[in-house]
Write a protein that binds this ligand. Sequence first.
Ligand SMILES: Nc1nc2c(ncn2[C@@H]2O[C@@H]3COP(=O)(O)O[C@H]4[C@@H](O)[C@H](n5cnc6c(=O)[nH]c(N)nc65)O[C@@H]4COP(=O)(O)O[C@H]3[C@H]2O)c(=O)[nH]1
Length: 877
Amino acid sequence: MRTSPLSGIANTVRDWPAALGLAVVYYIVGEVTLAVAPGFTYDGTFWPAAGLAVAVLLVGGRQLWPGVALGHLALNWHAALPLGTATLIALGATLAAIIAADLLRTLCRQLSATLQETVKLALAIAFLSATVHAAIGTSALWLTLEWSATDWYAAWSVWWLNSALGIWIVTPFILIWHNSGFRLPRRHWHEALLLIVAFYLVLRFAFDSAETATHLAYVAGATLPLAWWSAYRFGLHGAATASLIIASCTAWHGTHHTGVFADYSAIETTLMAQLYIAFVTWTCYLVALGVASRHPRLLNELLEPHLRKPLPAPEAPTSSPPVWETQLTERVFEANPQAIIVTDANGAIRRVNPSFSRITGYSAEEVLGRNPAILRPQVSDASLFDKVWRELKHDGCWQGELALRRPNGKIYPVWCSLSVVHDLQQRITHFLAVFIDITEEKLTQERIYHLAHYDVLTNLPNRRLLHDHLEQALRQAKRQEQTVALALLDLDQFKIVNDSLGHDVGDNLLEQTARRLTHQLRRSDIVGRWSGDEFAIILPNINALHGACRVADKLLEALRQPFELDGRELFLSASIGLALAPADGETALALLQNADTALHRAKGKGGNDYAFYTEEMNSTVVEHLSLKNQLHKALEQEELVLHYQPQIDIESERIIGFEALLRWQHPSRGLIAPAQFIPLAEQTGQIVPITHWVIKTACQQHAAWRDAGHGEVRMAVNISGRSFRDPSLVEVIANAVHAAKMDAAYLELELTETFLIDNPEQTLQLLKQLKSLGVRIAIDDFGIGYSSLNYLKQFTVDGLKVDKIFVMGLPHDGSDSNIVRAIIAMGKSLQLRVTAEGVETLEQLAFLREEGCDAFQGYYFSRPIDAEASTSLLAQR
Ligand SMILES: Nc1nc2c(ncn2[C@@H]2O[C@@H]3COP(=O)(O)O[C@H]4[C@@H](O)[C@H](n5cnc6c(=O)[nH]c(N)nc65)O[C@@H]4COP(=O)(O)O[C@H]3[C@H]2O)c(=O)[nH]1
């Protein structure tokens, strides 16, 4: 791309009025300065026109240089310098101004300097420019005035400082005020006015007196604080203005030999005044920068637009693009649904399209000339923006998500593409930002995430999210060596509620449960819906067993409170299984399995309780599982056997009967006690055929005793709850009694009291049928259930068996003694035969005898024995 001669001429013609204006202003400023400090030699303190020239070339462009040359030529002409000298000095001043403006602009842009670097650079450039100015100017005078080398050097050093101070004081003054539209950034006019008055009084006082030594202290003591105050309160504006006021005043008095610097020679006065000005200016800017560094944007906005102004394009396109192409580009820009920002190389916004205003809420007028930083939220991730800026400079483009802020303060997400535009010399000319508002997309994403990770009914984390949370909690616990507890909570009677009151009520119950659980937990705890009526609770950083117990207690208590469902009150309970990490497992899977095992244990205890997982418990469960699998073959393979425990009449001490007790003769594990497999058989339903086998075998054994001459002993058989509901039970008993040709009166069925009262109507019916067969009924484990006298009367039972847990405490435990005493008395009053189980000592027997118990069984007399041993025992008696 090259500049066409015509456009070059057009530019020059267009800039001439501005250049002439500059020449006039330059001339006036120069004349005023010369009037104040006549002559260029030792009297000049600082040369404001140098600073004016640099500032104007920076703001208006280098092409205005003829204004500097003309202005200075006019000054020299008026000073009656020879034309050659005048021209040389004017050219020196112009060259110095061009060098300073170009260097400031170019170096700052290329180095992308920080503010501190920019200030240092500006300082160096001011001295360099002053060197050129002073060198050419003093050399021209030296030739004309025939100075000695010493004179020339003295003139050079004053001129050099004079010009540098001019740039140093006046250039920032103009840039700062010009950029803020010659308005104070803060509306503190009263304070500004006060400052000006204070300045006037202090400066008059300091400079108008002849007592130099004393007033030097006043000058320093009064002007400096005033200058720093204005820099502190008004930032760069204050620093620039205070520097100019003090510099002008010092210059005036210096050249008129009044005030603090009056008592010295001309050169001394000038140098002292210059050093004083340099000191004041430097400290003022230090104060202003210190304040402004807390507001970096203020600085960027004030200084950078000028210092980093792009160079005019060196080459323009040889030919303009066709009109249709320009129109098309314009149309694409205007109609684009994405927001587009075009900034210049300094980051000042040059163009935006209509979509920009629609998306950001800012009109084009509000943002033109400003930095896109105004779109950023007040509190934004500075490191992200730094990263974006670095990548953009390195790769030339960047793409990603950013958060922006509307004028009303609302923050919104955008998807943004940034790119850098270069010219042929690879210099940055523009930045381009294209973005769209992705608020809707983000909301949709969040909705999808919510659906995938939260339970629709309770709005709690679902199984998937819980799993993630658990893994995260375990990782964190491992790092910080903490304990995590996992609780699985299951509602005890939920199925009944659901089946009887309907699914809507069930859903309502689950929602209320979710709310109650959430209210009981800390924010760091996580509760989620694991499955139907099961909730999982993750307690990160729990105080091991103690903390977990407290939480479990709280949760159970919360669920024990009545639920308001469909206008009625409902009482509910829950069971909780707890597993702790790392003790009970270090992975999510292991912990979940173990909490589930613990939950089953809690349920097994009858619900409304919690249980912990332990290794011991785990192995018990595993063993149960394997036994469960083998149990169904036990009957077929004739591995079940009956042992018999004698029952003794307390008075006569004779054997009056036997209790048939089941054992499993396991091929590898040996003899297994009923407590280990009967609950499993109940769960699987295998208890029904097992009970049939027990009844048949017990009756056959009774026939064997009878045949051996001991037919008058009773045979007691345990009937489990499940078997009691077996519709074929009566028939099976009748057949067994019949097959053994046994008198049914010798058969006694032991039923536990809890299932008798579960369904009293049905129980009554069944008991009647059994009684009609002639068998006897005894209530087993009496005392631990809820039998009432009323039931006992109705059920027409024949006997009670006192549970061994009460017998164990006899005779010393007061409460056990009282219970046993009461059971015996009750049995007597209802004319029931009372048998005590688990008698192990003579003392227990003596107590029972004393209280009038009818019979007993227990290790004191005999452990359960096999069939053969029982027959021998009977024979011995
Ligand atoms: N510590 C102690 N224990 C004593 C003493 N005297 C007897 N025992 C034990 O107490 C249990 C008495 O049986 P149970 O209360 O009906 O309790 C029985 C019964 O509920 C159930 N069971 C046993 N056989 C059958 C059966 O054929 N069918 C059903 N449904 N349940 C059975 O298993 C339970 C346990 O039976 P076993 O292990 O045989 O345990 C028996 C017996 O061995 C003593 O002095 N001290």
